[in-house]
Write a protein that binds this ligand. Structure first.
Ligand SMILES: [Zn+2]
Length: 309
């Protein structure tokens, strides 16, 4: 007889994603729902209770923002409402099963490290592009947390005169590269060329990054140029991080991975151009994540299994 499942929940800026993992990390079920504008913790607690009702014997949660480890207090995040919310304590108290809470990008990195594109590596960098940028850094096969809050690489300032960021400063990396930025570029292109390839693909829908990807795949030069621009910014940020961490692999998740090589090839090229001593360094694979949008939730369930059971 197999063990009861473990639940993983990933709280982002807009959506909450969840999985139930069974024996051997086999995915029993998963889902996604839109978060309310406020009452986010209550929505997560309700979802946790539903999953416990479906047999989950432990719950792991990832939250986008600053999370104190291992206490699991969500201190603050630019995309998730609430301040100093003791997620772990409150969930453990209300769910009746053990709970563990970490930063969402750390958990996406854990999923890729254990079961995905970073498997077998000792040093790896995982970057997820959604509303902002999430990063998980694997150093010596461990998630590197610093004192607690390491990995907020989306807020490296690449241009002090750049666009305003959700964090209140200007020119952070994630204002140039994120799922939101791809959506914004798609909207701009649809406005600029109402009879163009992208506008035809969008039709009556809201322009999104996926339309850029589809238009680029169909050969549209404007869409390819937009993806190349974002890819260039991706490459600049990755080169900075590689100069610091020298990982064996860079795993790219979220919207940037979905955009594929029309975005990743320009990024690889820019890394080769701007990384210090690039020609003397071994090849740096920059590869799409295996888990896609569920990486954080899968990692949350893995963390719960590893730390609680
Ligand atoms: Zn910022």
């Amino acid at each position: 007889m197999s063990d009861p499942p473990v639940a993983g929940i990933d709280v982002g800026g807009t959506f909450v994603k969840w999985v139930l993992l069974g024996d051997g990390a086999e995915r029993v079920d998963d889902g996604v729902r839109r978060l309310p504008g406020d009452g986010v913790f209550e929505a997560v607690a309700d979802l946790g209770a539903e999953l416990v009702g479906r047999g989950a014997r432990a719950v792991g949660v990832g939250v986008a923002g600053l999370v104190v480890w291992p206490e699991g207090e969500f201190v603050w995040g630019p995309h998730v409402p609430g301040r100093s919310v003791p997620y772990r304590r409150r969930l453990s108290d209300t769910l009746g099963v053990p709970a563990v809470v970490d930063n969402d990008a750390n958990l996406a990195a854990l999923a890729e490290l254990r079961l995905g594109a970073a498997r077998g590596h000792r040093h790896a960098l995982m970057l997820t592009f959604g509303t902002g940028i999430g990063a998980g850094m694997v150093v010596d096969r461990q998630i590197f947390r610093g004192r607690n809050f390491a990995g907020e690489v989306g807020h490296m300032v690449l241009d002090p005169d750049g666009p305003l960021c959700a964090c209140g400063r200007r020119g952070c990396w994630e204002t140039f590269v994120s799922g939101s930025r791809l959506d914004q570029l798609a909207a701009e292109l649809a406005d600029r060329a109402p009879d163009g390839a992208l506008a035809r693909l969008v039709g009556a829908d809201r322009p999104e990054g996926r339309h850029l990807t589809a238009a680029a795949a169909a050969g549209d030069p404007a869409a390819r140029a937009a993806l190349a621009e974002v890819g260039g910014w991706l490459g600049r940020g990755v080169a900075n991080l590689v100069a610091i961490f020298d990982p064996e692999v860079v795993v790219i998740g979220g919207a940037a991975a979905q955009a594929g090589d029309h975005l990743l090839d320009p990024a690889r090229k820019v890394v080769g151009q701007v990384l210090q001593g690039a020609e003397y360094r071994p090849d740096l694979p920059m590869v799409p994540a295996v888990f896609g949008p569920l990486a954080g939730a899968v990692g949350a369930a893995i963390l719960a299994t590893e730390t609680l059971l």
